[in-house]
Design a protein around this ligand. Structure first.
Ligand code: SAH
Length: 230
């Protein structure tokens, strides 16, 4: 069972939306486990301070290495330590799949201007970004990453087959999807999808997935072409 420990100064933000829907049900059914640890509990001074001003000057505050390391030492046993960070490698479905195979994950959520670099070095921490924009805190990023990871855990989605065709599996975006009614506001569902001809449907979907990827994500399409030719 995947055992996740989150180090945060806002433990009340957990499980957050992870407590709802499929991820929440999986949590109840003990398909994974989540513990939010309050970093402030590891501050030694009477104000419970976890941050200090940046060396060299500049705006904002930095999370202190001594407090963070006490929180890590007291809670991390084995497995990866991840810091949610805009300067990390961008999260991809490939990375999500890799993380879904882990037994234990310890995730550090930054606040303010982030954490002291020496902690990242000392504990060989992996930095992961959820995109090229800045959030107020790592909690939101951690929840997004965990949402993507937990839905891949065995038995969480129910219909495992639905995973194989999704966007980013095989480096393609998903083909367009339709449901009933067959005609809506004068727009019809593409005829091939009603034909019952499985091979034609598969070909149509592949063509559409390629076209939409080429148009919207040329960067991804290039990786797809390279992967097909290798
Ligand atoms: N000064 C930092 C940004 C700090 S934002 C910089 O310029 O890189 C505060 C915290 O929010 C970070 O420590 C990180 O944990 C989290 N965060 C913000 N944006 C993020 C993103 N795109 N991906 C992952 N975590 C992010």
């Amino acid at each position: 069972m995947l055992d996740v420990k989150v180090l945060t100064i806002f433990p009340e933000l957990f499980p957050g939306f992870l407590g709802a829907s499929l991820t929440g049900k999986a949590l109840e059914e003990k398909k994974w486990q989540l513990t939010a640890i309050n970093i402030r509990d590891y501050a030694l001074d009477k104000h419970k301070s976890v941050d200090d001003t940046p060396c060299g000057g500049g705006a904002g505050m930095i999370m202190r290495p001594d407090v963070l390391s006490r929180a890590i030492e007291a809670n991390h046993h084995s497995g990866k330590i991840i810091y949610m960070s805009p300067k990390g490698l961008p999260l991809t479905q490939k990375k999500v799949r890799e993380l879904s195979l882990e037994e234990e994950l310890t995730i550090i959520c930054g606040r303010f201007e982030g954490i002291d670099e020496r902690v990242i070095e000392a504990y060989d921490i992996e930095e992961i970004s959820i995109g090229d924009y800045i959030l107020t805190g790592g909690e939101q990023a951690a929840q997004i990453m965990l949402d993507a990871v937990v839905r891949l855990l065995p038995g969480v989605l129910g219909n495992e087959e639905s995973l194989a065709d999704e966007s980013f599996e095989n480096y393609l975006l998903e083909y367009p999807q339709y449901t009933r009614p067959i005609e809506w506001q004068g727009r019809e569902v593409p005829e091939v999808l009603l034909s019952g001809h499985h091979q034609k449907i598969a070909e149509w979907r592949r063509d559409k997935a390629e076209a939409v990827t080429r148009a919207k994500r040329p960067d991804l399409f290039k990786i797809y072409l390279d992967s097909k030719n290798s």
